[in-house]
Design a protein around this ligand. Structure first.
Ligand code: SF4
Length: 283
């Protein structure tokens, strides 16, 4: 324990959700057997964890690389993929190791059914996000994706519309969007398809963060739910710091005797939060 004598506690509900655990377990099993494995996109939105797996032989590729790959195994991460990817894999004799999260697969299916029923589909999600690309792919890219209600200003929509959400969006924002669409007079079928692994944390975190002087929120900067959960922490404890790795911590952020809580996203590995804890305790 260093001079500062910081009292540090990790939120036991933070860390990987089951979808991410499943994908990483699957990758590690194959890496142990084959010594290498291709993965389409970052396996998880956390650079530290990606580096750990790269050192074990994980090779991250994009869709362009997939076009030129033949006769290999390729892992599909928890975010899922659009039907085009499965088609391309078949053509190239690629064995897909499908670690799409069951929650995402179920949502893809619901969207596909709505599309087959000729519904006008709106997806509240981040443009270009892998999960959203996979969802939109279920509709032949006809679904309209928006991340802010203002994007719908001046857009002509039919009277009957069906709304879905990317699994990692904020509940509060989703329900705000729903209310706004109802106010605009649409006949709306709204489906709250936010993953409970995210929304439950959204509800439990305020209790955790209010117990501490300061919060260190550990997450990759590309993580959508990281952004959502960080905002939740900051709202309920203004002394919240966002860090991606231990080298972003500064001793000057803290005072002697501070009680510190550590929390993270569904893509933050527990080992990284433990590293942060050990660093803080050395101050
Ligand atoms: S956040 Fe939910 S939907 Fe996304 S990977 Fe985790 S369990 Fe699956």
């Amino acid at each position: 324990m260093g001079d500062y004598q910081l009292k540090v506690t990790i939120d036991q509900d933070s860390g990987f959700c089951f979808g991410v655990v499943y994908a990483i377990d699957m990758a590690e099993e194959i890496l142990a057997e084959d010594g290498y494995l291709y993965c389409l996109g970052d396996i998880v939105h956390n650079d530290e964890e990606v580096e750990r797996l790269k050192a074990k032989g994980l090779r991250i590729i994009d869709h362009e690389d997939l076009k030129n790959l033949r006769n290999e195994k390729v892992l599909i991460r928890a975010h899922g993929e659009a039907p085009d990817t499965y088609r391309m894999a078949l053509e190239n004799n690629i064995t897909l190791i499908d670690a799409s999260c069951p929650v995402v697969l179920k949502l893809q299916n619901r969207i596909k059914n709505s599309h087959d029923a000729n519904e006008k589909i709106l997806i509240f999600g981040k443009h270009g996000h892998a999960e959203v690309v996979g969802l939109q792919g279920q509709t032949n890219n006809e679904a309209l994706v928006f991340q802010d209600i203002a994007e719908l200003d001046g857009v002509e929509l039919p009277h009957n519309i069906t709304l879905y959400s990317q699994t990692t969006k904020s509940m509060e924002k989703f329900y705000h969007v729903k209310d706004q669409l109802l106010e605009r007079g649409y006949d709306l079928k709204a489906n709250d398809t936010i993953c409970r692994q995210v929304s439950n944390r959204d509800q439990d975190l305020p209790k955790f963060v209010s117990k501490f002087d300061k919060i260190v929120f550990v997450s990759g900067r590309k993580s959508s739910n990281g952004k959502v959960l960080f905002e939740v922490c900051r709202k309920h404890n203004p002394n919240t710091y966002f860090v991606s790795a231990t080298n972003e911590l500064e001793k000057s952020m803290f005072a002697a005797g501070d009680k510190i809580g550590i929390a993270g996203a569904t893509s933050t590995p527990m080992w990284l939060m433990q590293q942060v804890k050990a660093e803080l305790e050395s101050y």
